[in-house]
Design a protein. Structure first.
Length: 174
């Protein structure tokens, strides 16, 4: 398997690029392990959220996973076909649906969580407890800073444009 990026190639890169490359390497390592159980990295995100809070609405699940609603719907349909989840209408509001794990989806937790723990163990191999604690503090501080920036009232119209909006900005393919 080819590495996502070599650390020697990243030493002079911006922090954001290093973090992105690291996340891609985490995903690749986990995806290889999940594939043995017919689970994609995308499904992992939803399963993990449901293992913590079964019975979320599709909107809540999208928010929890940090994914757009159409992507969630597509993933849920695939997960239903595989027998991992069922969607049920909410009493009194037929448009709102909640997502529940099936016994098969619930059973995946015992198989898949150890795989994620294994990936984490591989990633921190050779790091001292102090280094790991400092890394966690730093990453959480970075996240807090970026979240605070996003919440600033003076951000005006700064937001992530939709795919449709981006398509209009770029124009039709030539």
């Amino acid at each position: 398997m080819t590495p996502v990026a070599r650390t020697t190639d990243l030493r002079r890169e911006r922090l954001a690029h290093i973090v992105k490359a690291t996340m891609r390497a985490f995903h690749r390592a986990l995806q290889v392990r999940l594939a043995e159980h017919d689970v994609t990295i995308g499904h992992w995100t939803y399963l993990r959220a449901l293992w913590h809070s079964d019975g979320l609405t599709q909107r809540e699940l999208s928010d929890e996973a940090g994914v757009a609603a159409p992507t969630t719907l597509s993933a849920l349909r695939a997960m239903e076909r595989r027998g991992y989840v069922v969607r049920r209408s909410v009493e009194g509001d037929r448009r709102k649906r909640k997502v529940f794990l099936t016994p098969r989806g619930r059973a995946l937790e015992a198989k898949l969580v150890p795989l994620a723990k294994d990936v984490n163990a591989v990633a921190v191999r050779g790091l001292s407890a102090a280094d790991l604690a400092q890394t966690r503090r730093i990453l959480l501080a970075l996240l807090d800073n970026l979240n605070a920036d996003a919440a600033q009232p003076d951000n005006g119209d700064r937001r992530v444009p939709s795919t449709r909006e981006l398509g209009r900005l770029v124009g039709p393919p030539k």
